[in-house]
Design a protein around this ligand. Structure first.
Ligand code: V0D
Length: 228
């Protein structure tokens, strides 16, 4: 089987999953957090190098304040429940996106998780937090023009300055829960990415379904614009 090096996931459907059983949206987010663990362990087992998860977008600030407050408590929930296991399984936590807008408590927990896991060399589990794909490109260009003598830039310049500069190309993107769009997730990075959409809500998306997605990826022929 051809294992993708880098998988990205839009973890959608937590609210709808909760609603279906007359529970508050926050309960869906809570169970969704447990599922981050399940899928990260599966990805690690399969030998995926990088798993990038869209946890909070630059647009999610439009949600009701109480939902945002609850979401901002989840890094601590995740950290307390799973840090020990992440260490045992050699999983490293990193983030992309602008953390500076998050509550200071949330930032501190995230920094702690990054610091504690920084020497692990299994799966790199990347949380996209306050992340937007257009913003990512703009910040890369701003970084490049800090070199004041530049008059034109190349694709490689952008690739070298974008948030995912240390990761391999995104081979596979998965979106759960029935919407067929990118929602300003990775934009620059998905030129040749394979897509898999599933109607399953994120809390129900299990390790077996993840494996099935990898198998489907493995069966596709990637041509990168050329001919076979
Ligand atoms: C809610 C489903 C883990 C989708 C997954 C702040 C949305 C659960 C984290 C997390 C969220 C982030 C950083 C870190 C450790 C864990 C997380 C958010 C939302 C937004 F270092 N799950 N999770 N962060 N959800």
């Amino acid at each position: 089987m051809n294992i993708p090096q880098h998988v990205a996931i839009i973890m959608d459907g937590n609210g709808r999953w909760a609603k279906k059983q007359n529970k508050p949206r926050s309960y869906g987010h809570f169970v969704g957090t447990d599922n981050v663990r399940n899928i990260a362990l599966k990805a690690n087992e399969l030998g995926v190098k990088v798993l990038t998860l869209y946890a909070f977008s630059t647009e999610n600030w439009k949600r009701p304040k109480e939902e945002i407050d609850y979401l901002m408590s989840l890094p601590a929930v995740f950290f307390d429940k799973f840090l020990k296991e992440l260490m045992e399984k050699n999983i490293r936590i990193e983030t992309i996106g602008d953390l500076s807008a998050l509550p200071i408590k949330t930032i501190n927990v995230i920094h702690k998780a990054i610091e504690k896991t920084k020497n692990n060399n299994g799966l790199t589990l990347v949380f996209a937090l306050n992340y937007g794909g257009r913003n990512d490109i703009v910040q890369a260009v701003n970084e490049i023009i800090k070199n004041g003598s530049i008059t034109s830039i190349t694709e490689q310049d952008i690739t070298n300055n974008i948030s995912t500069k240390n990761y391999p190309d995104v081979d596979l993107m998965i979106r759960t829960s029935l919407d067929y769009r990118i929602s300003n997730f990775l934009l620059w990075q998905i030129s040749y990415t394979e897509f898999i959409f599933t109607d399953c809500y994120w809390p129900d998306f299990n390790g077996d379904m993840f494996l099935k997605a990898i198998e489907e990826y493995s069966n596709r022929q990637r041509r990168f614009g050329g001919l076979l």
